[in-house]
Design a protein around this ligand. Structure first.
Ligand SMILES: [Ca+2]
Ligand SMILES: [Ca+2]
Length: 217
């Protein structure tokens, strides 16, 4: 829900203030672009608490978190939101990251959390989109359009550390988030993967993806 709300919010902002146009790749940030990072879980509460603080996450995951995250989401490894878990949280913001201290809890023990960040652009000025890629079809285990595979198959075409990813169906170009499929991976740092086993229908639709980079190779 946070995901769609914040993307919608970003879209409203973008519609309200159209970015500058320029020659070259189209300057546009579609609202359904997936800008959330992968989930990070660097710590567990066995020491003084669960430290998913941004400074350490950046150090341990160079280039994977944008300079100015717009949003942060933390959930327990069992899937509870921070509100549902109901613990006293020391830090939970886009500049510090997330910290739960054991000492602040009545039972002196925090849940183990994972966190992710949303990276929306200030303007579309700096974002350069790759072409669309469709390396796989969902005929076997699913539709695998992972960054690693695409970078191997199309050397030099996709930047090393994309900031955004967009996925749409190959036939009607329906945004992935509107198809109702459940995605195994959908992150600019990992790419896209839809597993047939995760779908109620038993099959994923066929998707193509493209990446948004600060500069095109
Ligand atoms: Ca953790
Ligand atoms: Ca595909």
């Amino acid at each position: 829900m946070i995901n769609q709300l914040s993307l919608t919010f970003a879209a409203v902002l973008l519609l309200a203030s159209p970015g500058p146009s320029k020659a070259g790749p189209p300057c546009e940030i579609p609202y359904h672009v997936q800008a959330w990072t992968q989930w990070f879980d660097r710590d567990d509460p066995s020491g003084s608490g669960d430290w998913e603080n941004l400074a350490d996450l950046r150090k341990e995951n160079p280039g994977k978190i944008c300079r100015d995250p717009r949003d942060i989401e933390a959930v327990t490894l069992s899937g509870l939101s921070v509100g549902q878990a109901g613990e006293a949280i020391l830090m939970y913001d886009t500049t510090s990251g997330f910290v739960c201290r054991n000492i602040d809890q009545p039972d002196k023990w925090c849940n183990d959390y994972k966190v992710r960040f949303s990276c929306a652009p200030d303007t579309c000025e700096n974002v350069c989109w790759t072409k669309w890629y469709n390396r796989d079809r969902p005929s076997a285990s699913g539709d695998w359009e992972t960054l690693n595979d695409l970078q191997k198959e199309y050397p030099g075409q996709i930047c090393a550390e994309p900031l955004y990813i967009e996925a749409v169906t190959t036939d009607e170009e329906i945004p992935a988030i509107r198809t109702g499929d459940n995605f195994y991976r959908y992150s600019p740092t990992v790419g896209f993967a839809c597993r047939n086993q995760d779908q109620t229908s038993g099959y994923c639709k066929d998707y193509k993806v493209r990446f948004g980079c600060l500069a095109c190779p």
